[in-house]
Write a protein that binds this ligand. Structure first.
Ligand SMILES: [Zn+2]
Length: 264
């Protein structure tokens, strides 16, 4: 639950004027969990740049660990991608120019279709089914765990943790405030938490796609982004614990605030 207000038993959640709603279920996913290359595609990757499979281009370092901790903490189903995003990007929509990478984009259409059928659809369908099942019980919080590279194209990203969501969806905007506050309390001192940074939550992605099917108040889609500079450091375990604790806290509803509260 997110706020303490009682609702009639069996009432469906709705987008209320306050932007508040009760979270009935959480679904956790991690589209960029893995840098694995399925055996049959190894020849394709033989020509790839050295080190690319260890880089942020191939996967989100640390994200799988975060996703597992989140799911465990709140007892949510967990879905993790099993192949590198360089094969097919689970966080891009069909038809998006970056669905395929430079290694797979030029493959014959039939081969690309096969990749989608085998390595994309089963994952996307499973998460969507879990969200749809949970939505029958009430509002669903879908957390898609990611990590971002500390420097991209020479620009340093000035955040440690970020929440990506659709600010036009009142329930998401409201939850984002409470979650940001919970993160600031739980994370090591000095950690910078930002909203819709370094990407916008409404850019093409899995949560953006699911918002088209599930309305505000029924589906709350968040991408939780962690700066990769913390992954594997001495304070990384504290980061992972804090992220999980902050999720538990917003689900329990101890830090919900009205969406109209001014940003800090
Ligand atoms: Zn990612």
């Amino acid at each position: 639950m997110v706020d303490g207000a009682a609702a009639p038993a069996g009432a469906r959640p709705s987008a209320e004027t306050s932007g508040r709603c009760r979270i009935a279920a959480v679904v956790v996913s991690c589209e960029h969990a893995s840098r694995a290359v399925p055996d049959e595609y190894r020849p394709l990757f033989a020509a790839a740049a050295d080190g690319i499979l260890d880089s942020h281009r191939a996967y989100d370092a640390g994200a799988a660990e975060v996703a597992a901790a989140l799911a465990e903490r709140v007892g949510a189903p967990l879905f993790t991608g099993e192949a590198t995003r360089l094969l097919v990007d689970l966080n891009r929509s069909i038809g998006h120019p970056r669905l395929f990478s430079e290694l797979t984009r030029a493959l014959p259409a039939a081969e690309r279709t096969r990749i989608v059928e085998r390595h994309y659809r089963p994952y996307r369908d499973a998460v969507e089914r879990a969200v749809a099942d949970a939505a029958r019980r009430g509002a669903v919080l879908h957390v898609s765990a990611h990590s971002f590279t500390p420097v991209l194209d020479g620009v340093e990203r000035r955040a440690d943790v970020a929440l990506l969501f659709d600010p036009r969806r009142r329930t998401e905007a409201s939850l984002a405030i409470g979650w940001r506050d919970a993160l600031r309390q739980a994370l090591p001192a000095g950690a910078v938490v930002r909203r819709n940074y370094p990407y916008r939550g409404v850019a093409d992605g899995f949560t953006t796609q699911l918002r088209k099917r599930f309305p505000d108040g029924v589906y709350l889609g968040f991408e939780l982004e962690v700066n990769q500079r913390h992954v594997g450091t001495a304070q990384w375990p504290a980061y992972v614990r804090a992220l999980a604790a902050s999720l538990a806290r917003v689900v329990q509803g101890s830090s919900m605030r009205d969406a109209a509260a001014p940003p800090r």
